[in-house]
Ligand binder design. Structure first.
Ligand code: NAD
Length: 362
């Protein structure tokens, strides 16, 4: 793959090939994605449009987003696509009255980047909790008209907080070790109460709601200034600066490339059991932030003759590391056995594709 357009085209084709059965069944149906202008929206939205284009299908797609950080250029370019409706809407407000019937709803609207949710904690809670509640109210009202066929709530691996060592790798059955008052609580705790809402609406009202817990996605579409680690390192690389670690480099994560993750999310929406949560991520390799930085440095050196090094600094943000989990690594056996989810893209391949994308989207 030579450039960002190749990477995106290849990834979208891979997503569509892995979801042929599911997307075929969607012809003529209407999907709502909230928060679709964000990082995960980049492929959640474009995969549907790619499918429509390559198979002459007519899946209707509506995106709600308040564009709190501006409307991204990639979405603006899609404004006139057939079967796509973009609505500037704050999900903390009730769903507009005149909307049609949505067959499927994906609730992804939230602030997801730690520096941003610490800056906007109340907005983060509202977008998750009130936003989800409005969607559930809509789905309840639709039960007597045209029932919604599936709702996917985007939770997070952060609902596990900082797991004790015997709970790593972490299965869905682990209850978590989370602060309800710390600087990350606005995010973690609102996701937790949202999961409780989903489970109870599924049980009490028979709503077909599934929950996904993403573990550290990376790849095309994650904005350079987002504040998440792969974006920070790529920014350093293409600014020709040293790669800056804002910790001692020891915390570990596993990283799931966006196209793999998006396949998993659609599988949870279409095939997951109502009221159930699924980890979506990869089990290996679990790498330290230092190892990740070194991997990105080495790939950039080979591909772009990058000459920088990896250095350590202390963040200006005094809460940068507060309640930051030391290890995060999922068990994904539930999604593998129930949904047929698995990793296709290795970390090296995913980082290579990501760096090509960042080079062309500076
Ligand atoms: N990317 C990951 O690795 C990851 C990991 C765990 C969980 N998640 C969850 O997945 C979802 C999507 O994540 P992302 O990485 O795309 O996040 P993102 O921050 O890139 O995008 C979120 C989008 O939601 C929109 N939004 C925020 N508040 C809103 C509101 N009140 N009304 C309407 N729109 C609003 C933003 O404008 C943005 O476009 C989020 O719920 C996030 O918590 C993501």
């Amino acid at each position: 793959m030579k450039n960002a357009a190749d990477v995106v085209h290849h990834d979208l084709a891979e997503i569509c090939n892995s979801l042929t059965k599911e997307f075929t069944a969607l012809n003529g149906k209407h999907i709502l994605i909230t928060g679709g202008a964000g990082f995960l929206g980049y492929y959640l939205v474009q995969a549907i449009l790619h499918w429509n284009k390559t198979t002459q299908s007519q899946i209707q797609l509506t995106v709600y987003d308040n564009y709190m950080l501006g409307m991204p250029a990639w979405l603006k370019q899609l404004e006139n696509e057939p079967n796509l409706t973009l609505v500037k809407h704050n999900v903390t407000l009730p769903i507009p009255k005149d909307v049609g019937n949505f067959h499927y709803i994906i609730h992804g609207a939230s602030i997801a980047s730690p520096p941003f949710y610490r800056k906007y904690p109340i907005e983060t809670i509202d977008a998750n909790v009130n936003g989800l509640r409005h969607i559930l109210n809509y789905a309840l009202a639709q039960q007597k008209k045209q029932p919604v066929e599936g709702i996917l709530f985007f939770s997070t691996s952060e609902i596990y907080g900082d797991p004790s060592s015997e709970n790593i790798p972490t299965p869905e059955t682990y209850n978590g070790n989370v602060s309800c008052t710390g600087p990350r609580a606005c995010y973690d705790e609102s996701k937790r109460v949202c999961e409780t809402l989903c489970v109870n609406f599924a049980q009490q009202h028979n709503l077909p709601i599934t929950i996904v817990r993403p573990f550290n996605n990376y790849g095309p579409g994650l904005k350079a200034n987002d504040g998440r680690v792969t974006a920070d390192f790529a920014t350093n690389i293409f600014n020709n600066e040293d790669i800056v670690l804002l910790s001692d480099g020891s915390p570990t994560r596993t990283f799931c490339y966006l196209s793999d993750a998006v396949i998993g999310y659609y599988k949870v929406l279409f095939k997951g059991r109502p009221g159930e949560a699924y980890n979506i991520g990869v089990e290996t390799p679990e790498v330290s932030m230092l190892q990740l930085a070194e991997k990105m440095r080495d790939i950039a050196k080979d591909m772009f003759n990058y000459q920088g090094n990896v250095i350590k600094k202390v963040s200006d943000d005094k809460h940068y590391l507060t309640d930051n989990p030391n290890r995060r690594c999922p068990i994904i056996q539930k999604a593998q056995s129930e949904l047929g989810f698995d990793q296709k893209i290795s970390l090296e391949e995913g980082l290579t594709r990501s760096l090509i994308w960042y080079r062309d989207n500076k």
